[in-house]
Write a protein that binds this ligand. Structure first.
Ligand code: AMP
Ligand code: GLY
Length: 427
């Protein structure tokens, strides 16, 4: 069977790598792919991004099933285009993808369906936004309504920062159309977790839990990034918290989308803030919805999948997810992102990368921003690699990962030394 994975990041490399282990998978095309998927045995890159061109390619190659990695093609309607052609694809329609592509849509949806989230208001008028900030005070969070590739959220510690963010988005148009409308919301405190499920419109299959590290620097300091590392499972999501997230967030979301006439198919990622307190009562609030898997969360999650992933996706597109199950490796998987010089502001590209080891059962280096030119692997994006390993304890996994991270070389490489630190804190 031939498959297509749409996207070019570490997430897509990890999905393709895991799908290739399914005995029925003969080849995985990745569009557009990266330097890692270019050399992975059994994959090839396809230089296409336009949904109609991708659908034509799928037909001409006889590709059985397509999985979409990133949000942009979903918001463009790639799923609608494929379905109109009778092609099997796993992801949300353009309408359902609004849970991620419009923060205002997501917030209004959550309020309508009683799903816990931060108090908010939406603005297009800068004067009204400034007045709201004055009335609420800081800390306060300013979010561009539209997709902004991880640059759309400002957690403002002072009113001054909040006013500046409003001026940049609504006044100067710093984020273009994505920032022409902003959501201003209450700043939530607590510990974040990434809760990702598969959904076929009716049935829900949760993936293993995980935790991302959004800040560039150790100790969660420095600017926000797309994510500097992740691990799975996340101990903060105890069995009781898991049950509560399913009951208080995931089920009402899927049922709410269905009753609103926009059934949700695809990956649903709820970024959850878990407040202080006992598990029975501690607040659980949605920070954001994404309509895709997380990056880098996917890399450790894929390391832990022991079942045939193709079978799971087949159930998902055939609306029989109630018959699917995933067997998880009980060990901890942990991925450390290696980013290019000057990421996240103005990542430097083109540096040669050396000393990437061959994949092993317990350690794989997933590529994100890499490209292979004339036989030389070079950096081509902000997040370059995600070194991911599996071991019995968080400490042992860190040790294994950092041995490999320390061996890999490219100029200006940035990475955190403390991925997984929350799992080592006493609880
Ligand atoms: P988002 O793109 O909405 O996930 O926001 C990116 C990051 O900003 C989140 O992962 C949080 O770390 C932070 N964030 C977003 N909303 C809030 C909030 N209401 N309170 C505190 N932090 C937030
Ligand atoms: N790692 C966070 C995200 O993919 O949105």
């Amino acid at each position: 069977m031939k498959l297509l994975v749409i996207g070019s990041g570490g997430r897509e490399h990890a999905l393709a790598w895991r799908l290739l282990q399914s005995p029925r998978v003969e080849h995985v095309f990745v569009a557009p792919g990266n330097g890692g998927t270019a050399v992975l045995q059994g994959t090839s890159n396809v230089a296409l991004t336009d949904p109609a061109a991708l659908a034509a390619f799928v037909k001409s190659e006889g590709i059985a099933l397509t999985v979409v990695g990133p949000e942009a093609p979903l918001a463009q309607g790639v799923v609608d285009v494929f379905r109109a052609e009778g092609l099997k694809i796993f992801g949300p329609t353009r309408a359902a993808a609004q849970l991620e592509s419009s923060k205002d849509f997501a917030k209004a949806f959550m309020v309508r369906h009683d799903i816990p989230t931060a108090i908010y208001q939406t603005f297009t008028d800068p004067l009204a936004a400034h007045a709201y900030i004055e009335a609420q005070g800081a800390p306060i969070v300013i979010k561009a309504d539209g997709l902004a590739a991880g640059k759309g959220v400002v957690v403002a510690m002072t009113p001054h920062e909040a006013h500046e963010a409003v001026d940049a988005m609504l006044g100067d148009g710093s984020l273009g159309a994505a920032g022409a409308r902003v959501v201003i919301e209450e700043c939530l405190l607590g510990e974040e977790a990434s809760f990702i499920v598969l959904c076929d419109g009716k049935h829900i299959l949760p993936l293993a839990t995980s935790q991302d590290h959004k800040r560039l620097g150790d100790g969660d300091l420095g600017p926000n990034t797309g994510g500097m590392g992740a691990y799975s499972p996340a101990p903060v999501v105890t069995p009781l918290i898991h049950q509560r997230i399913m009951r208080e967030v995931i089920e009402p979301t899927i049922h709410g989308m269905e009753s609103d006439g926009i059934p949700f198919t695809g990956f649903l990622y709820a970024g959850i803030m878990i407040g202080e307190g006992q598990d029975e009562t501690r607040p659980i609030k949605v920070l954001e919805f994404n309509c895709r898997m997380g990056d880098p969360e996917t890399q450790p999650i894929m390391m832990r999948v022991r079942s045939d992933l193709l079978e799971v996706f087949e159930h998902a597109v055939d609306q029989t997810l109630d018959q699917a199950r995933i067997d998880w490796d009980p060990r901890t998987a942990l991925g450390v992102v290696m980013a290019s010089a000057d990421y996240p502001s103005t990542p430097r590209l083109g540096d040669a990368i050396t000393h990437i080891p061959e994949p092993e059962a317990d350690c794989v280096v997933f590529h994100a921003g890499t490209t292979l030119k004339d036989g030389v692997l070079r950096t081509s994006g902000g997040r370059v690699l995600c070194v991911t390993a599996l071991a019995d304890t968080v400490r042992a996994t860190q040790k294994r990962v950092y041995e490999v991270v320390d061996a890999i070389e490219f100029d200006g490489a940035q990475f955190r030394r403390d991925i997984g630190w929350r799992a080592l804190e006493p609880r």
